[in-house]
Write a protein that binds this ligand. Structure first.
Ligand code: CAA
Length: 288
């Protein structure tokens, strides 16, 4: 008999960058008890501030009452100790996209969380199967891929591997539904589904910009005005982070080796120069 989690109520989120802090907000708003974990006090404070600002904005807009804001914040605990996840039913990892960092996180989660707990990754560019293989419970490892900004975007890709236990997929699907999101089951292939379609399009916009066919504003306006997308591709790249998108392009290239998956040289150079988008103050546009 496989040990199963009866009901998911306590959730740990490891890594409180843009995605992790947004994921904490999504779970806490949906009534889950959340423990947010970061590597040091400074990173923890950044995550806490991100959450507090987002909720304060919702209150100022009249989308959330002060009582609801207090209740949401009351459900969230912040810590620098992964050991505080000892009674969590589910952990969602959202640390930087490097296998060495994931390895240390998943070794700890595997050791600390109860054997029946589900370990999820928000990775957009690493293989969920490889991450699962870092643990002694690969059947209980799954991808929960949120989109940026996590509190707003409805889709969550549920990434299963060849060894994911069926009840883990079902539980994850129920959790995503409880979050008010739309779960879509996808297989563990580079880019999953949404990024395999979206990121080459964004990369193509960089190539068009690099060729000097139009200005950045004209490229963005072409897409918002002609195709009705909420953001133009260069603005969206600045929101998501050029480094994140380059990582996705590189895994698509590694897996499929097709010309349409070759990263635009300008994208690679901008990442090398530290022009990562909003988070670094400059990308295709200047935010300083
Ligand atoms: N956190 C919380 N809420 C946010 C937010 C954030 N970071 N950014 C915007 N919002 C909320 C606003 O508060 C507002 O809420 P209300 O309607 O309740 O007032 C709502 O979203 C709309 O925001 P705005 O009015 O400020 O601005 P907008 O209408 O231009 O929308 C947007 C902003 C939602 C980001 C919209 O432009 C959009 O959908 N852009 C496309 C985003 C996208 O494609 N994301 C996927 C990226 S790919 C990815 O993430 C995957 C990966 O692995 C790389």
């Amino acid at each position: 008999m496989v040990a199963m989690v009866e009901e998911i109520n306590k959730v740990g989120v490891v890594g409180l960058g843009t995605m992790g802090a947004g994921i904490v907000e999504v779970f806490a708003r949906a009534g889950f008890t959340v423990t947010g974990v970061e590597i040091d006090d400074a990173a923890l404070e950044r995550g806490r501030t991100h959450l507090e600002k987002s909720l304060a904005k919702a209150v100022a807009k009249g989308k959330l009452t002060e009582d609801e804001q207090r209740a949401i914040l009351g459900r969230v605990t912040f810590t620098t100790s992964r050991d505080d996840l000892a009674d969590a039913h589910l952990a969602v990892e959202a640390v930087p996209e490097r296998l060495d960092i994931k390895r240390s996180v998943f070794a700890d989660l595997d050791r600390i969380l109860p054997p029946a707990a589900i370990l999820a990754t928000n990775t957009s560019s690493l293989s969920v199967t490889e991450i699962a293989a870092l643990t002694s419970r690969p059947g209980k490892v799954i991808g929960l891929h949120f989109f940026n900004p996590a509190p707003v975007m409805r889709l969550v890709e549920i990434v299963t591997t060849v060894v994911t236990e069926p009840h883990v997929r079902e539980t994850a699907t129920q959790v995503v539904t409880r979050l008010g999101k739309t779960p879509v089951a996808v297989g563990d292939r580079a880019g999953f589904v949404a990024n395999a379609l979206l990121v080459p399009y964004l990369n193509h916009a960089v190539a068009v910009y690099e060729q000097g066919l139009a200005t950045r504003e004209q490229i963005d306006a072409a897409i918002t005005s002609a195709a009705g997308f909420p953001m133009g591709p260069l603005t969206l790249m600045d929101l998501v982070g050029l480094d994140v998108l380059l990582d996705v392009m590189d895994v698509l290239w590694d897996e499929f080796r097709r010309p349409r998956y070759a990263a635009a040289p300008l994208l690679r150079r901008m990442v090398a120069a530290g022009l990562l988008g909003r988070k670094s103050g400059r990308g295709f546009y200047d935010y300083s």
